[in-house]
Design a protein around this ligand. Structure first.
Ligand SMILES: [Ca+2]
Length: 364
């Protein structure tokens, strides 16, 4: 039954995605938004690249951004939450509810990435303290309430550790069938960026990632396989600096600072814009290509926790069973069934051709 529903939901999600890209095809007429706008929630841990993702989403008329939910990740929650509030204010979108999420992963101690994002999460760039307050409702409850109010319509864009989304699914076991899709930045089929195995978001909360991948919700995974190919360059910073308005100005300041930070720490290469690439998946069909995979998240490994293991096809073999314990022999291989579309190809030029004009021409 679960598989049947998953296939049905996947078909529905495909239709919605098509409708988003071709608004004339949309049959849904949201009450509070023009036809064709796609309802989304962004779950985030800002974070330098989260800032770009949020600013891109808030500069994109295709979206009806119902809420931003903050989670601990790149920096602790007491930093990511004010940053989410700040970014909403910078974009002139104080109408968007911002909720306080989990301060720690489901079962592990928080390991942050202040080394890459600065202690303030925005590469050290100082913005005024936010005036906007977070909602009284915590993130997981807000996600649950919004999804139930718009069954089958909301895509959750997860660009931090998946703690909040896993909590929402745990609090409401029926919620999964009402989520249109989860588009996430996380994971990798080609090695990690924290350990040799694990990408940061899945490394921080592997248990949450595992819950999300096992929920039967259509997933598009935008991981390091493609995000490592979108590097911020000087020409992009120059273009942002030439833009006018608070969004372009904020993006230019953060980009300049993160480039300087990166140069101090690395001899070569450029910082990667992981999170906005996931947002771009919903805005253009020409940036990413996806392939069906069965993805499982390693939670037991003492060296590999948070690794996303992807099977492209059958046979699906797991680790050898321990003697007198659980596990499957090779002749008991699990049937292949995809549970995610994994981004395996990217056109970086098309991505920046979307991102930079959106930020510099933002009406905020
Ligand atoms: Ca992030």
């Amino acid at each position: 039954m679960k598989a049947d529903r998953r296939e049905f939901v996947a078909m529905s999600a495909g239709f919605v995605a098509t409708s988003l890209l071709h608004p004339a095809l949309s049959t849904a007429q949201p009450e509070t938004a023009p036809p064709g706008r796609k309802k989304i929630i962004i779950d985030t841990d800002p974070g330098v690249d989260d800032a770009f993702a949020l600013l891109l989403a808030m500069s994109s008329p295709e979206f009806d951004l119902l809420a931003v939910t903050a989670v601990a990740g790149n920096v602790p929650l007491e930093v990511t939450l004010p940053n989410a509030l700040r970014l909403v204010e910078i974009a002139g979108r104080s109408d968007i509810p911002v909720a306080r999420g989990a301060a720690a992963p489901l079962t592990r101690k928080l390991v942050d990435a202040a080394y890459a994002h600065g202690n303030n999460g925005l590469a050290g760039v100082e913005f005024p303290a936010p005036r906007l307050r977070p909602t009284a409702e915590p993130a997981s409850a807000l996600i649950g309430r919004l999804v139930r109010a718009h069954p089958g319509e909301i895509t959750i864009i997860g660009i931090g550790p998946l703690t909040n989304i896993a909590l929402a699914l745990r609090e409401s076991p029926d919620l999964a069938s009402d989520v249109c899709e989860i588009v996430l930045m996380g994971g990798s089929l080609s090695g990690g960026n924290v350990t040799p195995s694990a990408e940061f978001n899945f490394y921080v909360d592997p248990e949450a990632a595992s819950i999300v991948f096992d929920a039967g919700i259509p997933i598009r995974m935008v991981g390091l396989d493609v995000t490592r190919q979108v590097a911020l360059k000087k020409e992009h910073i120059d273009a942002l600096q030439a833009g006018r308005g608070p969004v372009s100005e904020a993006a230019a300041r953060i980009a300049t600072a993160v480039m300087a930070m990166y140069r101090r720490q690395q001899e070569e290469g450029n910082p990667h814009l992981h999170d906005p690439l996931a947002v771009s998946a919903m805005l253009s069909p020409n940036i990413l290509t996806f392939e069906d995979y069965r993805v499982e998240i390693e939670t037991a490994g003492t060296l590999t926790a948070g690794e996303s293991v992807g099977w492209r096809r059958a046979p699906v073999h797991f680790s050898a069973p321990v003697r007198n314990g659980p596990g499957q022999a090779l002749d008991q291989a699990t049937p292949f069934r995809a549970n995610a579309k994994v981004a395996t190809g990217v056109n970086p030029e098309a991505f920046f051709n979307l991102l930079i004009p959106r930020l510099t021409q933002s009406r905020a």
